[in-house]
Design a protein around this ligand. Structure first.
Ligand code: NAD
Ligand code: UDX
Length: 480
């Protein structure tokens, strides 16, 4: 029986390994983590992450060929293949702070593998890492190997949160990079055999190590660039009376461009896009390519612009002040169908409104008050560290309340900001919401989930990203 051990029981390690266990009954999979609480949650009925379909998969294999454990050394020792899916946050201090990937957790994982291994192992990079990381990992493993043979593979993960299970069941591609030596090729084949249990062979791509590592950073950069492109156009739509949905549809009909990933929004969020583009920018700078670095940096600049533009629109529409006004925020997660709030645009929007002294009332169907308060108090990039190493819960922001009900959140509010595209926000009783709000009642839709015309008929003043402006907003000062 092939034995797999995965270091890191997070958003990637947990679902990925659960699907491998489901699809490969003859493989034993153990997921280990330094966070005792996280492993306890994986072993309970309340999994540590919300992901549609995940509960089912875990229930089918846990205790059969899928195990979650904190006995890291034991399970590394027994494994043939060790996946490493630990955090690779942006560095917060020292050389490259605010840009470079922090490989502290990766390096400590590699040293632990070298320390406890007593038999040959294939070590798989599952985390997203800077190109050439495998070389550094190889050096750590080989120089500490005590005669054991390690083969390093790069097997980056392309799943998106909210659709992780479906992405893993039916991936566009699986990418495996390895050394072009006989031993390297053998290792690539061994991993390919695992995926071949359910992924058609023509979707399993094999490359050299550096191509695989760089493809992951490039894919995320291309995806984020599409969003910044459509968001940049959304600003021009508002200025000219064009409708971004119509523009995106027409542009996306060109088969060379395609329709996906062209939804204008308040900005992209999530744990990957910003972090990985910053890492790419840093790598370009280190390789003497400042023009390439600046090209990719602008994708983030436009994203930051989109978020602050949204805040400015809210404040300027409401007579240039939101001081002491109740603003309801519907949706805090970085996208629908996840409880994940890492780098969610809602953090920046809320901080912007708090900067203008608003009182904010937040409702998200999957995010707790504790999480929201932590997010609003954490410093930039501090979130991307193992849960138990993050700063302890700081004092709550007094101007913020969190409810479990959209109607409660909007009661008595001057304005409503929709920041996540949860399906339930399309079906709310907006007449009821309008009746219970202060007048004039404003709604700022950062995800284009509501029909502006219908809401205007109710009486709302409506701003929707990239849509022709409400006559009210046209008279307000220009937003930059
Ligand atoms: P996460 O924070 O959810 O999980 C990482 C886990 O690793 C944590 O539970 C942490 O406690 C654990 N850990 C850290 N050091 C460890 C060690 N030495 N031994 C054992 N466990 C250790 O992060 P994630 O979202 O799963 O991301 C992991 C990696 O995958 C990152 O590099 C990320 O960029 C990449 N990635 C993430 C996604 C995504 O959608 N979240 C998608 C593709 C790739
Ligand atoms: C992303 C990549 O899609 C995935 O391949 C990679 O493995 C991890 O990073 P994820 O961050 O989970 O996945 O979600 P994604 O669906 O890419 O959304 C990222 C952000 O972009 C979200 O805030 C989402 O709301 C936003 N987005 C997405 C838009 O604003 N418009 C779009 O058209 C698509």
């Amino acid at each position: 029986m092939v034995k797999i051990c995965c270091l890191g029981a997070g958003y990637v390690g947990g679902p990925t390994m659960a699907v491998i266990a489901l699809k490969c009954p003859s493989v034993e999979v153990v997921v280990v983590d330094i966070s005792v609480a996280r492993i306890a949650a994986w072993n309970s009925d309340q999994l540590p992450i919300y992901e549609p379909g995940l509960d089912d998969v875990v229930k089918k294999c846990r205790g059969r060929n899928l195990f979650f454990s904190t006995e890291i050394e034991k399970h590394i020792g027994q494994a043939d293949i060790v996946f490493v899916s630990v955090n690779t946050p942006t560095k917060t201090r020292g050389l490259g702070a605010g840009m470079a990937a922090d490989l502290t957790y990766w390096e400590s994982a590699a040293r632990m593998i070298a320390d406890v291994a007593k038999s040959d192992k294939i070590v798989v990079e599952k985390s997203t890492v800077p190109v050439k990381t495998a070389e550094a990992i190889e050096k750590i493993l080989i120089h500490n190997s005590k005669g054991i043979n390690f083969q390093i593979l790069s097997n980056p993960e392309f799943l998106a949160e909210g659709t992780a299970i479906q992405d893993l069941f039916n991936p566009d591609r699986v990418l495996i990079g390895g050394r072009e030596t006989p031993e390297g090729k053998k290792a690539v084949q061994a991993l390919k055999q695992v995926y071949a249990n359910w992924v058609p062979e023509d979707r399993i791509i094999t490359t050299n190590l550096w191509s695989a590592e760089l493809s992951k950073l490039a894919a995320n950069a291309f995806l984020a660039q599409r969003i910044s492109s459509v968001n940049a156009i959304s600003a021009l739509c508002e200025a000219t009376g064009a409708d971004v949905a119509e523009v995106a549809y027409s542009v996306g009909k060109d088969t060379r461009i395609g329709p996906k990933f062209l939804s204008a929004s308040v900005g992209f969020g999530g744990s990957c896009f910003q972090k990985d583009i910053l890492s790419l920018v840093y790598i370009c700078e280190c390789n003497g390519l400042p023009e390439v670095a600046s090209y990719w940096k602008d994708v983030i600049k436009v994203n930051d612009y989109q978020k602050s533009r949204f805040v400015n629109r809210v404040v300027s529409s409401m007579f240039n002040t939101v001081s002491e006004k109740k603003i309801a925020v519907l949706g805090f997660a970085f996208k629908k169908d996840t409880g994940d709030t890492r780098e969610t645009p809602a953090i920046d929007v809320c901080k912007g409104l708090l900067g203008d002294k608003a009182k904010i009332s937040i409702y998200d169907p999957q995010v707790s008050e504790e999480q929201i308060q932590r997010d609003l108090a954490l410093k930039k990039f501090d979130w991307d560290h193992p849960v138990h190493l993050q700063p302890t819960s700081p004092t709550a922001v007094k101007q913020v309340t969190v409810t479990w009900d959209a109607y409660e959140a909007t009661k008595g509010a001057h304005g409503v900001c929709i920041l996540t595209e949860w399906d339930e926000f399309r079906k709310l009783d907006y007449v009821k919401i309008y009746e219970n709000m202060q007048k004039p009642a404003f709604i700022f839709d950062g995800r284009n989930v509501i029909d502006p015309q219908k809401l205007r008929k109710i009486g709302f003043i409506v701003f929707s990203i990239g849509k022709p402006l409400d006559p009210w907003l046209k008279d307000m000062p220009a937003v930059v």
